[in-house]
Design a protein around this ligand. Structure first.
Ligand SMILES: *[C@@H]1O[C@H](CO)[C@@H](O)[C@H](O)[C@H]1NC(C)=O
Ligand SMILES: *[C@@H]1O[C@H](CO)[C@@H](O)[C@H](O)[C@H]1NC(C)=O
Ligand SMILES: *[C@@H]1O[C@H](CO)[C@@H](O)[C@H](O)[C@H]1NC(C)=O
Length: 302
């Protein structure tokens, strides 16, 4: 009884020792990998095993950054067969199967980012541990930001400059600067992560100039510009007054000439009528003369 018990214990110990020295081990050579969107990336995963590789099984999973709670099976190697996730077909492959579990992802997308797990099994060997993890970050340069302004460009008004960038990983930093006539950094209000605005109250002619919004991350910087020209109070009102004065003057001149014309017409009309009546009188007189003339002539003839 005791002897058999001892033997069992002994064999158990041997077994554990064997497991400890010969267990399959997975090691990740790096824990984070960065790639620029569109480039290819190699995700390394090494394993050490002493058993034949005929029953080797490798599974790569991804917990995407956008939805970590629903992981996908990126690629599986099982008994010499390879199965890829539909979303990665043609873009993912093993680089050194069966000696290494490294994979390559081509034409990387933002959706490829997340935590990758490499699980290796090689029965009957036990795995200790059989799992390795790494974080893949997909970097994206800032897109061209959009600059906009709204408000009152007249002196004394207030103007808001706003700038928004559509994408960029890591999140681009947004800055507003006035760059002409002299360079000044402006205080910015962030409206969310990807847009920032600057408010300028009581604008004056000094507010005029060239403004730049820049969106930058470690991959680069993109700029957009706004050219503000504030309608100067003095210039506008004086030219306005001048225009008003000129207009009034022209109108008065026209009215005056119209008045003169009316008066002249009225007077010439009266003169005419007077002249006409005079003529009528004269004619009447003449008629009378003529009327009388025959009688006079008659008289003279007589
Ligand atoms: C990735 O692209 C390289 C070069 O274009 C090609 O040799 C390789 O087979 C591609 N890998 C996959 C998994 O499509
Ligand atoms: C606006 O600016 C002008 C000149 O820059 C100044 O005289 C005036 O007091 C300012 N008004 C306000 C409300 O700040
Ligand atoms: C900005 O506007 C002013 C006046 O409208 C003009 O003279 C200047 O050339 C413009 N500058 C740029 C960079 O567009």
């Amino acid at each position: 009884m005791v002897a058999t018990g001892r033997r069992a214990l002994w064999s158990l110990c041997v077994c554990f020792a064997a497991l400890h020295t010969n267990a399959l081990r997975v090691t990740m050579r790096v824990s984070t990998v960065e790639v620029v969107r569109g480039d290819f990336v190699i995700l390394p995963c090494s394993f050490y095993t002493s058993s034949p590789l005929s029953r080797l099984n490798i599974i790569w999973t991804l917990a995407p950054l956008s939805s970590p709670e629903s992981p996908i099976q990126v690629i599986v190697y099982d008994h010499g067969q390879i199965i890829e996730d539909p979303s990665l077909i043609g873009r993912v492959g093993f680089t050194g199967i069966p000696w290494s579990a490294d994979i390559m992802v081509n034409d990387t997308r933002v959706s490829d980012a997340g935590i990758y797990r490499c699980m290796v099994n090689n029965p009957p060997e036990m795995a200790d541990p059989g799992i390795g993890e790494l974080l893949l970050t997909v970097l994206v340069a800032p897109s061209l930001p959009a600059c906009q302004w709204e408000g009152d460009m007249d002196a004394g008004g207030s103007v808001t400059l706003s700038c928004s960038v559509a994408e960029g990983i890591p999140t681009p930093e947004i800055h507003w600067d006035k760059i002409k006539p002299e360079e000044i950094s402006l205080p910015i209000n962030m409206d969310g992560e990807l847009s920032g605005s600057v408010q300028i109250a009581n604008v004056s002619s000094q507010t005029s100039g060239l403004y730049r919004c820049s969106a930058s991350n470690l991959l680069g910087t993109e700029n957009c510009y706004i050219n503000l020209s504030i309608h100067s109070e003095v210039g506008e009102s004086s030219s306005g007054i001048l225009q008003g004065v000129l207009l009034t003057l022209a109108m008065s001149l026209m009215l005056l000439s119209l008045l003169v014309l009316v008066i002249w017409l009225h007077q010439t009309g009266q003169d005419g009528r007077r002249r006409v009546s005079k003529m009528e009188e004269e004619e009447e007189e003449g008629y009378n003369e003529i009327q009388y003339t025959p009688s006079l002539m008659k008289r003279s003839f007589v």
